[in-house]
Ligand binder design. Structure first.
Ligand code: ADP
Length: 453
């Protein structure tokens, strides 16, 4: 194929908040104009003035704005944008949206709808993974429809097993079965729930791992079949399947195991003919065996952790490969330098079971100094809207090693003042001073056990 690339002149950012700002910044550095879209709930948000143009696309509820395909496409057409960056969440993993963009001759900054569907659907993703020798959990070959079939498979792989929706996401549509009775009851319910929630009733089962770490591999692909990995992130500090802290590299991971899992992830991306940023998520057991969970076909919240240890700008690379450039670096150029940690700071009250704490921020004094990066759209006087998720910023640090990174994060969190809303800053400080976290390698249920104490 002849390699043709032409950089975009104007990119529409189909998202809000910190990731919209992150994309606007990347475009500015690449010399590309930006069009921001916003809902009524985000009107007047300070980051909007950093775009070349900002267009209101509707009311606060996502269905009337950030999820509304016709309005976003109209905004792109009115403003003559030649590409759309979807960020994460909202329409980022919607293959139909990617298809509409293609039909309208607007470049979707991400994979083709075909590659997105192939890896975005869990059953199809697992099948592709297996065919490419990417380790997956033992379980059903595809979707299971009959109770008897499920019971047979579970007997073979052993309990506990987990029932998952093929179209599931965001930690929803899963249930664990410890014996045949709960499995049989669970299958029917799971199918009905999946149909209601995702419009697709297909479910499958796999082995349930009790004590696991969440380790994911950042990959990037170009349009000419090149696929590279940017190593792994450990995101085991979670509450209700939501990540709170991410770090890279994964503490204590054996270099050979690291190489195996990273190569497997890149192989999968390549096999799917994928271009753009992708994250292959795995669970890792205590012997450092990896089992693929799913692929996220977009830029992730925690991508800056990888940017800090590799020095590679993931958002800019996504834009460049979408414009048809070849991957701007080779696998051998990707080296891990030091250690990075990210704390997601949410407007929530940990004292009141993490209830959302939206409202006006009158005092905002962010940390700074060596090795600190803050990705946020918040300033003093910003009002956190109630319509969207509660993350107000991502605080990151980079240092020579993990121990120093933890000390640096603790120092930065101590400097951070946010008033009067409630945030998770205090909880993050507790974690930076927690013995098990300091030792490294806590499992995905560690935080929930800690919070119960
Ligand atoms: P989603 O798309 O909803 O995020 P995932 O497949 O990524 O679903 O799983 C989300 C979480 O559910 C995982 O991070 C893990 O905590 C738990 N989980 C999923 N599959 C398994 C499994 N086989 N064993 C143990 N825990 C699992």
């Amino acid at each position: 194929m002849a390699k043709k690339s032409q950089m975009f002149s104007r990119v529409l950012v189909a998202n809000r908040g910190e990731i919209a700002l992150r994309i606007i910044r990347a475009c500015r550095e690449l010399g590309i104009e930006t069009v921001a879209v916003f809902s009524e709930a985000d009107r007047g948000a300070p980051y909007l003035r950093l775009a070349d143009r900002a267009i209101c696309i509707g009311a606060g509820p996502p269905s009337e704005s950030y999820l509304n395909i016709p309005r976003i496409i109209s905004a792109a057409e009115i403003s003559n944008a030649d590409a759309i960056h979807p960020g994460y969440g909202f329409l980022a993993e919607n293959a139909h949206f990617a298809e509409v963009c293609r039909d309208c001759r607007i470049e979707f900054i991400g994979p083709t709808p075909e590659a997105m569907s192939k890896l975005g659907d869990k059953v199809s993703c697992k099948r592709t993974a297996k065919a490419n020798k990417v380790p997956v959990f033992p379980g059903s070959e595809g979707a299971v429809t009959e109770e008897d079939e499920a019971a047979d498979i579970a007997k073979k792989i052993g309990y506990p097993v987990i029932i998952k929706a093929s179209a599931g996401g965001g930690g929803r549509g899963m249930r664990v079965a410890h014996n045949e009775v709960t499995l049989r009851a669970g299958i029917k319910q799971a199918q009905q729930e999946a149909q209601a929630a995702f419009g697709n009733g297909a479910v499958f089962i796999e082995k349930f791992l009790e004590r696991a770490r969440h380790v994911e591999v950042q990959c990037l692909g170009d349009k000419y079949g090149e696929a590279v990995y940017l190593y792994e992130r450990d995101c085991s500090v979670q509450r209700r399947h939501q990540k709170l802290i991410e770090e890279a590299p994964g503490p204590g991971i054996d270099p050979r195991k690291r190489e195996d899992v990273c190569k497997a992830a890149a192989r999968l991306i390549k096999a799917a003919g994928y271009h753009g940023a992708a994250t292959v998520e795995f669970l890792m057991d205590d012997k450092q065996n990896f089992y693929m969970l799913e692929v996220n076909t977009r830029v992730q919240v925690e991508h800056p952790v990888t940017e800090l240890i590799t020095g590679i700008d993931i958002v800019k690379t996504m834009i460049r490969v979408a414009a048809g450039e070849e991957m701007p670096f080779k696998q051998r150029d990707v080296q891990i330098k030091g250690h990075a940690i990210e704390c997601r700071i949410n407007a929530e009250d940990p004292e009141r079971n993490f209830a959302p704490s939206a409202g006006l921020i009158t005092r905002w004094e962010p940390p700074g100094g060596p090795g600190v990066r803050l990705d946020t759209h918040v300033v003093s006087g910003y009002r956190v809207p109630t319509n969207y998720d509660s993350m107000i910023c991502k605080l990151l640090v980079h240092a020579d090693d993990r121990k120093q990174a933890i000390r640096r994060m603790d120092r930065a969190l101590r400097e951070f003042v946010v008033e009067p809303i409630k945030t998770t800053i205090g909880l993050h400080r507790d974690l930076m001073n927690d013995a098990a976290f300091n030792q490294g390698g806590v499992d995905i249920h560690y935080l929930e056990r800690l919070l119960k104490k």
